[in-house]
Design a protein around this ligand. Structure first.
Ligand code: NAI
Ligand code: CS2
Length: 495
């Protein structure tokens, strides 16, 4: 690492083809605090906001916060908050330097500083990309999990919270005490009805502090729903090295993204918002159907391809899609199971949407690892697969692909691949899921399927009662054992 790090003073020397902030960054003030400043926020909400700041909306600068580790702060702060969004596709590479983020705080290092920032009057939007598990909810019911260790910790230690809920409720309590207005809380995570879910868990959490605070929060916040979409894989060392050759300096905070970006937002902001619509976002009264389409088609296919693709030995989604049987399977799943579970609006061109998803998954310039998408399955599967499955079971519709997908997930969380190598399963419930496999696999696939479908945190109380689902999952487990995943896809989904 010989090169100098990207920073304000190097902006002028960057190659002409690199897009960079052309506004005076010192005039930008903080209007947004973003919790969970990972790769996605930098390539999505901050990138849309950059466009508006450049157009003169300088009161919407962003301060990011990490509630876990100092990694992103250490990448961004030495670079004056500057980073590259690298758009990659078969058509080539486009680099834009974003200047919308001025600072990053690390919650565990300075909880009081973060609470005070959130209580600052100029902050009108608090946005979140904290991953599905960050909401401390029960994925099957969508309610706050009062036994969640972070919830228990934060209620006992309100001055030094760990969770996003603890920070937001703590900051709103300060604002109430100081006679300041509340703010808009904007979930940008892949959860169905993410605004309602966030509003519900915030109030459920606040009720545990005081009924009065919970009522104030209900009256003094809004939690608009959002549908967020842009494929942003975790950045690799190789990505950073390639970028260094373009920039002539080192960018430790760069993010890789596809050219496609979509943001559909419920227009319900308490104290204003940037004109993100002028940067390509869409404001609507009702987001939920768009969320459902995206979660069930894009994310549903992604998770299905991630587990079965990983078990077939494929490292990235593009590698999976290069195998013709998988490519067919993805489109077949979208058409036969995902789309038919949704009341798609008449003016929505679903065939074009499906075709575009296939093309996006085929993007070989992006290395989106199957392992990354396979993370946190216990938190993702309920909204990506189980709504679709419930719909199909209730209506006697097809469940072939989703029962296949569930069988692959069960094989995946057993944590040993088809060659006998260990799988590093990253999931808050990994230990429970592995224990289910270890206990029931020796009794056969019928018993294994029964035990999984009775695992309430993921499947709720109802799916265990479906004999049809049980026998489909057990049947696929038998076929996977006998044939292996790749051969299974080639044999059963090629025609
Ligand atoms: P990332 O791994 O780069 O960042 C994740 C962020 O969440 C980090 O700041 C991490 O500290 C924080 N986090 C993790 N667990 C947490 C917890 N329990 N409480 C609070 N914060 C926690 O991941 P990335 O790519 O930024 O994705 C984050 C989320 O954004 C996804 O889970 C998804 O909901 C949403 N998203 C991501 C897309 C993508 O393609 N990467 C696209 C659409 C949505
Ligand atoms: C992916 C998503 O990591 C995952 O689970 O399915 O993050 C996906 O890349 C985005 O939702 C695309 O918008």
């Amino acid at each position: 690492m010989s090169q100098e790090r990207l920073n304000n003073s190097l902006l002028e020397n960057l190659p002409a083809e690199v897009i960079k902030p052309a506004y005076d960054r010192s005039e930008v003030t903080t209007g947004i605090v973003h919790l969970g400043i990972g790769a996605f926020h930098r390539a999505h909400q901050a990138w849309y906001t950059e466009n508006r700041i450049a157009a003169g909306e300088t009161s919407w600068g962003i301060v990011g916060a990490s509630l876990r580790s100092a990694g992103v702060r250490d990448q961004l702060v030495p670079q004056n908050g500057l980073y590259s969004v690298v758009e990659k596709s078969n058509a080539g590479t486009k680099v834009q330097i974003v200047g919308a983020v001025s600072d990053v705080l690390v919650g565990p290092e300075s909880p009081q500083q973060l609470l005070e920032l959130l209580a600052q009057e100029s902050v009108r939007i608090v946005s979140l990309t904290i991953t599905e598990k960050g909401y401390c909810h029960d994925p099957a019911s969508g309610n706050l999990n009062p036994q969640h260790p972070d919830v228990v910790h934060d209620l006992a230690n309100p001055q030094a919270p760990k969770s996003a809920l603890g920070y937001i409720v703590g900051a709103l309590a300060l604002r109430k005490e100081r006679g300041l207005p509340g703010f808009t809380v904007l979930s940008c995570d892949n959860l169905p009805s993410n605004g309602k879910l966030l509003g519900r868990v915030l109030v459920q959490y606040a009720e545990k502090v005081s009924a009065e605070l919970a009522a104030w929060i209900s009256d003094n916040t809004t939690t608009p729903a959002t549908m967020v979409d842009r494929i942003v894989p975790a950045t690799t060392d190789n990505d950073r090295a390639e970028l260094e050759a373009i920039l002539g300096c080192r960018d430790e905070a760069a993010v890789m993204a596809e050219p496609f970006a979509q943001w559909v937002v419920e227009d319900n902001f308490l104290r204003g918002r940037p004109e993100w619509d002028k940067a390509g976002a869409t404001f609507v009264d009702e987001v939920e159907v768009y969320e459902l389409i995206k979660l069930r088609l894009l994310n549903g296919s992604h998770s299905m391809l991630a587990y079965s693709g990983y078990l077939s030995g494929f490292e990235t989604v593009a590698d999976v899609m290069a195998e013709p049987a998988f490519n067919k399977l993805a489109l077949h799943f979208m058409k036969s199971e995902a789309t038919t579970s949704i009341d798609v609006p008449a003016d929505f061109d679903i065939a074009a949407y499906q075709a575009q998803l296939i093309e996006r998954f085929e993007n070989r310039a992006l290395r989106h690892r199957t392992w990354q998408i396979a993370m946190d399955g216990s938190q993702k599967i309920p909204q990506r697969w189980l709504g679709t499955l419930r719909h199909q079971l209730e209506n006697g519709g097809p469940i072939e692909v989703l029962s296949f997908a569930l069988a692959n997930w069960i094989r995946y969380v057993a944590a040993v691949d088809e060659k006998g190598n260990a799988i590093e399963v990253s999931d808050p419930l990994a230990a429970d899921l592995k224990a289910l496999c270890d206990k029931h696999k020796p009794q056969g696939n019928d018993a294994l399927a029964t035990a999984f479908l009775a695992f309430t945190p993921v499947f709720g109380e109802d799916l265990r009662n479906s004999e049809r689902l049980h026998s489909a999952v057990a049947g696929w487990l038998d076929k996977l054992d006998a044939e292996g995943t790749l051969a299974c896809v080639q044999k059963h989904f090629s025609s």
